[in-house]
Ligand binder design. Structure first.
Ligand code: ATP
Length: 486
């Protein structure tokens, strides 16, 4: 990857633009590999000061191409800003910040470039204070340096180390369980954190049969409480969170998702809403996405999308009439005919104002052609849309706007997104082996994640798991959490 040597920076590209550019480079040079491997390679390359070529020729080609295209377009990404700042301060092309003191919070999350930026400022006589907690280091996948980084910079600065031994947030019993858990990690900074609040919090551990039962129990418990109770529902992945969102929407419980897309904006939800929209207004995009979702090759879907200027019904008529059996598979023709016939029925029922029937039939058409898991989710979404009132377009608008209720009701988010926050009541779901710890990371990092989740609680902590998803997480045992301790 070519790195800009001059101090003249280009235009800062947005995250979306960055991803499109990475996608282009991936398609040109490394299509055989997953897109994610290129994203990770670029992140890794830009978290270091020194350029280290990739051992894989395709990744290296994609990296080079990414750097060259950025430069050719006169753009920079966010990581370039940091790299360029360090380089320019070190080469005296740019002065350091004109400050006397610098406070770095969450210092365990610094990567090598950010650390160099801090060290460069220290070299210019600025007094540095770092605040960090090695037990809350969660970003090794983004090349954060964690405890090793804290030790390194601390030595470099010859800094005095001060421990903050009081936790003012958690009730004593919650903190004791969290401390027992994190003690299972080796290589930690020595510390003995005690709770300021001695009155015990409420703790519970619940085992349910499956994920939907877990999500439904959370929703029914929260519904039974005062609307003023402050709740956070935390899980390892956004897929688990989706089910909680559906269970809340199903019961009309106010909620907001933090740091993740609503279920209505993801593949299953947006395909259902899109196809219903096409029934209502004859637009093509919902039909095209439904064809792709139910198995049609993207190349063929894109070819069909090139036919211009007619409604989706006319377009389907034409596509079926001109279907080329010599080049396209029979299964795609069957799919097209089934959707064509379905659309005619659905539009007819919609005109007779039988919206619930349309929603049911469209859901069934999609659910019959996808995985069991997607099918279950589709049926839950169907239930929510059927309970709303009004025309199809009004129901679609109401469904999509629910997730935009910023700051209202229970906060639903991943454990990563909960870092730095606190809530009166915390519910961690999906505490099974395979999810927590998750295979994407190390058991030590996952343990820190669970620890961060537990220590968000100011009063009550509930941890649940689903038998169908796996045995209960080792972290429940390690923290010595037990059902209904109060
Ligand atoms: N000296 C204090 N007396 C009373 N309450 C305090 C005191 N210091 C902090 N708190 C309260 O304790 C809670 C946690 O504080 P804060 O968020 O600053 O901690 P933190 O170390 O950043 O937490 P974490 O890193 O776990 O997110 C907050 O509700 C804060 O208001």
């Amino acid at each position: 990857m070519r790195r800009n040597k001059s101090s003249g920076l280009g235009r800062l590209i947005s995250d979306g633009e960055r991803l499109s550019l990475i996608r282009r480079c991936w398609q040109q040079h490394a299509k055989r590999l997953p897109l994610e491997s290129i994203v990770q390679a670029i992140d890794a390359a830009k978290s270091r000061l020194e350029w280290k070529p990739s051992e894989c020729a395709e990744i290296e080609a994609a990296l080079q191409s990414y750097g060259e295209v950025l430069q050719a377009e006169g753009s920079v990404d966010f990581a370039d800003l940091m790299l360029q700042a360090v380089r320019d301060i070190q080469s005296k092309t740019m002065p350091p910040l004109s400050i006397r003191w610098l406070l770095v919070d969450e210092a365990q999350d610094m990567d090598a470039v950010q650390m160099e930026w801090v060290k460069t400022h220290a070299d210019h006589g600025i007094e540095i204070t770092l605040v960090g907690d090695d037990d809350q280091s969660l970003y090794s996948f983004r090349h954060a340096m964690g405890y090793e980084g804290l030790r390194h910079i601390s030595e470099y600065l010859s800094s005095a180390v001060m421990s903050l031994p009081i936790n003012y947030r958690c009730p004593e019993n919650v903190l004791q369980h969290a401390n027992r858990l994190i003690a299972h990690n080796a290589d930690r900074a020595p510390k003995n954190v005690e709770a300021f609040r001695k009155s015990p919090g409420v703790i519970d551990v619940i085992r349910l049969s499956d994920r939907w039962s877990e999500a439904d129990l959370i929703a029914s418990r929260i519904q039974a409480e005062s609307e003023k109770a402050q709740w956070a529902i935390l899980a390892r992945t956004n897929n688990i969170i989706d089910k909680v969102e559906v269970a809340f929407a199903d019961r009309d419980i106010p909620y907001h998702r933090m740091g993740g897309k609503s279920v209505w904006n993801k593949t299953v939800g947006s395909t259902l809403l899109g196809l219903l929209r096409s029934v209502g207004d004859g637009s093509w995009t919902g039909v095209a996405n439904a064809l792709y979702f139910t198995g049609m090759a993207p190349r063929l879907v894109n070819e069909l999308s090139r036919i211009q200027g007619i409604t989706c019904h006319e377009r389907l008529d034409q596509i079926i009439a001109e279907y080329d059996h010599s080049t396209s598979p029979k299964s795609d023709e069957t799919l097209l005919i089934s959707l064509h016939d379905g659309m005619h029925d659905w539009v007819d029922q919609d005109k007779r104002e039988r919206q619930a029937l349309v929603i049911h039939a469209v859901t069934a058409w999609l659910a019959d052609r996808t995985t069991e898991e997607n099918g279950t989710l589709l049926r839950r979404l169907e239930g929510i849309l059927c309970r709303l009132n009004g025309s199809l377009s009004v129901r679609l608008m109401k469904a999509a706007s629910r997730s935009k209720a910023v700051g209202k009701g229970a906060a639903i988010m991943t454990l990563h997104a909960a870092k730095g926050l606190e809530f009166s009541n915390v519910w961690i779901l999906g505490a099974e082996e395979g999810n927590l710890p998750h295979s994407d990371s190390t058991p030590e990092e996952e343990r820190r994640l669970f620890y961060v989740g537990m220590t968000r609680s100011k009063n009550r902590l509930i941890v649940s798991s689903a038998a169908k998803e796996g045995s209960a997480s080792r972290y429940i045992t390690e923290s010595e959490l037990k059902p209904c301790q109060n």
